[in-house]
Design a protein around this ligand. Structure first.
Ligand SMILES: NC(=O)c1ccc[n+]([C@@H]2O[C@H](COP(=O)([O-])OP(=O)(O)OC[C@H]3O[C@@H](n4cnc5c(N)ncnc54)[C@H](O)[C@@H]3O)[C@@H](O)[C@H]2O)c1
Length: 271
């Protein structure tokens, strides 16, 4: 059984993945504090990602990393810088020094949040982050690319939409991913023999609502088991289609594009 470090293990996705991937890996679970309720194949190694020495200890002897640890919404520059920029650098550099060869990086749809919903984008588009948080995910993807080309660390970067048991609004009909589909992509990222540096979108089978062409994930063998369209009726019954914020409704990043925004949302770049 491979030993895999999971950072951010106390968070929402970490909790889902521990359940979905139970018994498949010996998990070294890391977060700011100790992780409770450890299963037989789990150990807890607390580490602040901004502390290089602590991260160095956490990666020692592991065969793969699931890097979830981050400030996971928009935050001040200092907060984003410490947890996401310095934290992700520390993780990659410590992995390099320890000879770890495979990392699954939790990127985000907010790396491309300023694409319009009328655009269909694939893994190769130029980033258009919608927040400092989104910039930190673009940074993480760039770092993964650098460490692949320079040092041979292989990474799957998953631009995650929204991991939840069900999509709860119109935007999430496009970007939702179920916990078991997220687990499938994560396992693929840890196990696929031919990954060097790849970007995929973390969504279930979201036809006809999706804005993303996820052919790169399909090329790697991803076969989503869940469909957001199964929840269309429920969402249409419970949610208004417009949020009342034209900018948020226009762009893929939703309300993240509106935080601290200036300018006129009816300007030509909206066409
Ligand atoms: N949940 C989603 O749908 C979603 C969507 C897009 C991207 N993501 C990304 O996936 C990852 C996991 O998301 P989540 O929803 O579980 O987030 P979460 O906020 O629930 O969990 C993140 C965890 O990281 C830990 N953390 C924060 N700063 C840290 C630091 N300096 N050192 C060590 N640990 C630290 C937190 O304590 C927390 O337990 C994040 O990187 C997030 O940006 C999540």
């Amino acid at each position: 059984m491979k030993t895999v470090l999971m950072t951010g293990a106390k968070g929402g996705i970490g909790t889902f993945l521990r359940k979905e991937l139970k018994g498949k890996y010996a998990f070294r679970l890391s977060d700011l504090g100790d992780v409770a309720d450890l299963a037989a194949n789990e150990t807890s190694v607390p580490a602040d990602l901004s502390d290089f020495e602590a991260v160095r200890q956490a990666v020692k002897g592991v065969e793969g990393v699931i890097h979830l640890g981050a400030f996971s919404v928009e935050g001040s520059w200092q907060t984003i810088q410490e947890a996401n920029i310095i934290g992700t650098y520390n993780l990659y550099q410590a992995a390099h020094e320890a000879g770890v060869k495979r990392i699954v990086f939790a990127s985000s749809n907010h790396a491309v949040g300023f694409y319009a919903r009328s655009d269909t984008i694939d893994h190769s588009v130029y980033p258009k982050p919608d927040t400092r948080y989104g910039v930190s995910k673009v940074f993480g993807e760039s770092l993964a690319s650098l460490y692949a080309d320079k040092y041979g660390i292989e990474s799957l970067c998953i631009r995650i939409g929204n991991v939840a048991d069900r999509p709860v609004d119109h935007r999430r009909l496009a970007i939702w991913i179920s916990p078991r589909d997220m687990a499938q992509l994560t396992e693929l990222g840890l196990e696929h023999p031919a990954i060097r540096f790849e970007i995929v979108y973390g969504m279930s089978d979201n036809v006809p609502h999706a804005w993303w062409d996820n052919s790169n994930a399909y090329r790697l063998g991803y076969v989503p088991m869940d469909r957001s369209d199964d929840f269309t009726e429920e969402v249409f019954k419970n949610c208004p289609e417009d949020t009342g914020d034209p900018r948020a409704d226009h762009y893929q990043g939703g309300s993240f594009v509106s935080t601290e925004s200036g300018g006129d949302p009816t300007k030509p770049d909206m066409e």
